[in-house]
Ligand binder design. Sequence first.
Ligand code: ATR
Length: 271
Amino acid sequence: MTERYAVFGNPIAHSKSPKIHSMFATQTAQSLSYEAILAPRDEFELSFRKFTANNGLGANVTVPFKEYAFALCDELSEQAELAGAVNTLSVLSNGKIRGDNTDGLGLVADLKRSIGSLAGLNVLLVGAGGAARGCVLPLLQSDIAELTIVNRTHTKAETLADIFNDYGHVKTLPINHTGQSYDLIINSTSSSLTGEVPNISPETIAAHTVCYDMMYGSVATAFNVWAVKQNANRVIDGLGMLVGQAAESFLIWRKVMPEVEPVLIQLRSEL
Ligand code: ATR
């Protein structure tokens, strides 16, 4: 019987995950299927259980189901526990469901692939939603010098920083603070979806600053356009993070790490 994998979401029609995973499977000579499943908004668990009863061995989970996926797991990785959300479900040999969160690992892998080691970097994380929360631990585990979180609603930045107090030095500042620049600025907000840019000061960008937007598109995101105008050293979008998180999920399920680069080049050419 085919070993089945899938991505669950709502909506899901435009997901790139089936394409990414089928390229990984071909590349690593793994025999498996990977489909996109549209789960009704109030029936994620039912839909997932049906899938596992029919040889479903693992699933990616995207909006709006990451917290539901978290809630149904029998066991969680530390990263998933701290993220409060699960994007990778695996059926273990004893039938239990394990949850991981590979979003932050995908981000860090993409950053390292793009700019090298993150050791010693002074990092500004913009946003305090689910996307931000998923990447704090992997960033702290990358030997960065300091992580500063800012958010439009400042209290949410403080709440997020508190969750990670025991794991490293996490600071918060007002979103529009001035007088300081960073080595790396990561935009985790959804602002680029509406063509907006978070209200951070141009002073956060120095000549050597790298700016990363978790969003991506066929043209540069609003945040990256703004960062270029402020003379950032380099801007990167989130397509590599998408392929990176998929690669980490594939590794968990199949115990083999696929190559990200050829898949990323292919996806980029199709944007
Ligand atoms: P996600 O799970 O994708 O992170 P979320 O939990 O809804 O989504 O969080 C969205 C994040 O984008 C929040 O940090 C939000 O700021 P608020 O907490 O103040 O709402 C941020 N955000 C969205 N639009 C923004 C904008 N135009 N400018 C600045 N921040 C924005």
